[in-house]
Design a protein around this ligand. Structure first.
Ligand code: F58
Length: 823
């Protein structure tokens, strides 16, 4: 192409800065405005990040242009959360310039890891759901799928967790305090978002009725774009995050009264909308601001999707052919009535046509079966905030109930459970029912979970629309979760089987040939030991506790939640402590039990469990009699970047949720891929991990999901376990007698109450003995190094299924009908 014909300005430049080094020094001087006497290490981070950004911008523009020009179908992944973590190392690795960058910072006497530490985590998510969204973006870009991620640019992401005297304390995560080099503000991409007001109805003479949503209070959504690099490909997709901004038209009433300051204050209040991420995990709080965030983000996103769609055609029947919308849980559920509203009120389509388009465009993923996590919004609240949407939801419900009634005449039970509106003293709108009704696809995130969805939570919908329901087992990106976080192991694997595994994790199967190779097994052990030493240093730095890198590193890292049963783990630790004390000279396997995870700020029991872990740790870690045999560590402020240090160092991965409660889990996959053996219940994706790894290579214990359900139905009596199991009784009695908290007596009573007085909902006591027994086996197996690393090798080799690449290929084929477009 002639330079004059090119649409890209960079083609007009004769002397582009060719290599990273040129760009880097250019940015140090011209962007950071520093010389060798004034430079600070932070400038190096910024200049390097800007140079990386320069490196990808041409690809980014070309990707956008190619997707636009080719008019390809695009998937829009709508998620309230993207838990991205840091971007620098990942970007360098994707671009293939990691070595170059490393050399470059050496010139200034720094290592790349020094520089990396300066990057704040992009913590715009609270747990697995948000991290899954980030892994999906990585896989979509790597495999050249046209995709956009849409979310909110929270000014404060997930809170920073401090532990003071064993108690969790939250501090705001001010991640934007320093300039964020990865984002680009797009003030020209700004949309008006309406709230409140009322609906005017106009009955026209031709019989058509029109609705106008008027007298609204408005604010604006401004786009910020973050590039999403694929690994060694030219495709660069976009994550578009919305920031709330007041309209420039200030409140006229105040203005006219001469209260200029009040008018400006009002603008400020609207800007609070995108300030902070709600930090609860698997719990629906029902706060007005949260509902506003959900609509704000959905409305901006749909306007953006329409703007892009209309560049090609205004034949709305073609929307499903060009646009796929995936709802990451129910949080963006308002996309359904919003799409209907646009099609009917703005584009004047008939209901049935609009409905067909909506259903064919939208798909929904469910991530939880916990009833307290299912979103339902007050009817009156919706009426006040989104009156037109409520009308549309009622109309959708009417169609649904008519259909149910015609298929199951007079079946009140069905009408009641399937209705989108929940009747009662206070009426609610059930967002999950709305999503199932408004989508063409409903998926769970692991086989077991998808079965539970069909048989339990959406049983009646499944009967009505069996074809909608499908499973997409979660996955993780091996680029971040092995190649970048565990470089030495990754390089070693590459030296054995080549590097195709980075884009096709099934390639790891080739490792199986080394199953019995002592040299390879030794090397695996060496890499693990190296990582454990690194983690031991970090633990000392963060907690002051010294741990033995040769001990078994037993890791439970995840959100603190009763169903995840950190409590079962700590009860077992106390049991183990007693055993060692009773018999100090036995041949114990030394263990370091490592916890990390945040509790929702208002989740009292979860916070109490953190305190219990801390208290037990203080006692055990200072007991010279158990010394190196047992250590308990709680590492504060679990985050993506901390996970990247803990996970490569784990020997044992605790995945011990009450069966039937963890939808999938993804930490389980990350740990297995890094050579930790799993200790788990048959829950979530653990079930499929057992299928893949072979039952002799995974430690499974406890009740199965059906057994949990059955026992609950037949009546479960936790006291019985307490009375009949002396080891368990001893553990509980120690907690009760303030053994670990003599200076704060009684503080753990709420935990004891959940177990004994409130019915032990998560069946900790039931599974206690089985958990102790299997831990015994694990301790024995760990002593047999060869046996252990045989299992480790087979676990890694059989992780292929758990790549998010596999998951994304399945979504693309089965749900989105999406093609790969290589730029
Ligand atoms: C998690 N859900 C599931 N929700 O618990 C986990 O099993 C699964 O692997 C993961 O999704 C990915 O599918 C989860 O993280 C949340 O954090 C919600 C955020 C918004 C408020 C309600 C909880």
């Amino acid at each position: 192409m002639n330079r004059e014909d090119s649409i890209f300005f960079s083609d007009q430049i004769d002397h582009k800065l060719k290599n990273l080094r040129d760009k880097f020094y250019y940015h140090l001087e011209y962007s950071m405005v520093k010389d060798i006497t004034t430079i600070k290490v932070r400038d190096i981070y910024q200049a390097l990040a800007l140079s990386i950004r320069d490196n990808l911008i041409e690809k980014w523009l070309r990707t956008d242009y190619e997707y636009y020009k080719g008019n390809h179908k695009i998937v829009n992944y709508l998620s309230m959360e993207f838990l991205v973590g840091r971007l620098m190392i990942d970007s360098l690795n994707s671009l293939g310039i990691l070595e170059e960058a490393s050399e470059l910072v050496k010139e200034l006497n720094y290592s790349l890891s020094d520089i990396e530490e300066l990057e704040p985590d992009m913590g715009l998510g609270s747990g697995g759901l948000g991290r899954l969204a980030a892994c999906f973006l990585d896989s979509l870009a790597t495999h050249n799928y046209p995709a956009m991620g849409y979310g909110i640019r929270y000014e404060f992401g997930i809170f920073k967790q401090l532990i003071r005297q064993g108690y969790q304390v939250e501090e705001p995560d001010n991640w934007l305090r320093t300039n964020n080099p990865w984002e680009i503000k797009r003030p020209e991409i700004t949309y008006r978002i309406k709230f409140g007001g009322r609906v005017e109805r106009h009955d026209r003479v031709d019989g058509k009725t029109l609705f106008y949503w008027v007298d609204t209070e408005d604010l604006m959504a401004v786009a910020w774009d973050i590039p999403v690099l694929g690994y060694r490909t030219n495709n660069v997709n976009t994550l578009r995050l919305w920031q709330a901004q007041g309209t420039d038209i200030f409140d006229f009433e105040y203005f006219n009264n001469g209260d200029y300051i009040k008018a400006v204050e009002k603008k400020n209040i609207s800007e609070n909308l995108s300030k902070v991420l709600y930090p609860n995990d698997n719990f629906h709080l029902g706060k007005v601001l949260r509902l506003k965030q959900e609509y704000f983000f959905v409305s901006a996103t749909l306007q953006d999707i329409f703007t892009n769609f209309k560049k090609h055609t205004s034949d709305y029947n073609r929307i499903p052919e060009k646009v796929a919308i995936q709802l990451n849980d129910t949080h963006p559920a308002l996309a359904i009535p919003e799409l209907m509203r646009i099609l009917i009120d703005q584009e004047r389509l008939e209901w049935d046509k609009a409905w067909a388009i909506t259903q064919n465009t939208i798909a929904y993923t469910n991530h939880t079966v916990l009833p307290e996590a299912l979103e339902k919004w007050g009817y009156d609240l919706l009426k006040e905030l989104l009156p037109r949407h409520l009308q549309i939801i009622e109309e959708i419900n009417l169609h649904l109930l008519n259909r149910v009634n015609s298929i199951y005449p007079g079946n009140m039970y069905k009408l009641k459970t399937m209705s989108i509106i929940e009747e009662g003293e206070i009426k609610h709108v059930r967002m999950a029912n709305l999503c199932v009704e408004g989508s063409h696809s409903v998926n769970g995130v692991a086989k077991l979970h998808s079965e539970i969805i069909k048989k339990k939570i959406f049983k009646d919908f499944y009967e009505l629309y069996p074809e909608k329901f499908n499973n997409k087992t979660n996955g993780i990106t091996q680029r971040r979760w092995l190649d970048n976080c565990n470089k030495s192991l990754a390089n070693y694997i590459t030296s054995l089987i080549g590097d195709d595994w980075k884009k096709d994790l099934f390639e790891l199967k080739k490792l199986e040939q080394y199953y019995d190779n002592d040299q390879v097994l030794n090397q695996l052990q060496e890499h693990k030991l190296h990582n454990k030493k690194e983690l031991a240093k970090r633990i000392y730095k963060l907690t002051g506790i010294r741990v033995n890198p040769n001990s078994l590193f037993d890791v439970q890292v995840k959100r603190m939640h009763e169903y995840k049963r950190q409590l079962l783990n700590i009860l077992h630790i106390i049991y183990l402590y007693n055993q060692i004390k009773d018999n100090p000279d036995a041949d114990w396997t030394p263990r370091t039990i490592i916890f990390s995870g945040k509790a929702a700020p208002s989740y009292f029991v979860a916070k109490n469990i953190i305190k219990l872990i801390d208290a037990v740790g203080v006692k055990i870690n200072s007991d010279l009699e158990v010394n190196d045999l047992l250590k308990v560590v709680f590492i504060p402020n679990y985050s993506v970047s901390l996970a990247e240090i803990i996970i490569p160092a784990a020997d044992l991965s605790e995945q011990i949720s009450t069966a039937g409660f963890e939808a999938s889990g993804t930490g389980n996959m990350k740990l297995a891929l890094n050579g930790a053996l799993t200790l788990g219940t048959l829950d979530g994706a653990n079930v499929e991990m057992r299928e893949e790894f072979g039952e002799e290579n995974i430690y499974i214990f406890g009740l199965k999901a059906e057994e949990v359900a059955k026992m609950k139905q037949e009546g479960y009596n936790p006291e019985g376990y307490y009375n009949s199991n002396p080891n368990l009784k001893r553990v509980i009695d120690m907690i009760r007698s303030n053994y670990f908290n003599s200076n704060e007596p009684g503080i753990f009573q709420p935990i004891l109450d959940t177990l004994l007085k409130k019915g032990d909902y998560f069946m900790v006591l039931e599974d206690f003995q089985a958990y102790c027994d299997i831990n015994h086996t694990i301790s024995d197996d760990f002593k047999n190094t060869k046996l252990w690393y045989n299992k480790v090798l087979l676990n890694i080799a059989r992780c292929g299924k758990f790549s998010s690449d596999r998951t994304i290929h399945e979504y693309a084929k089965d749900i989105w009908g999406l093609e790969q477009i290589k730029v």
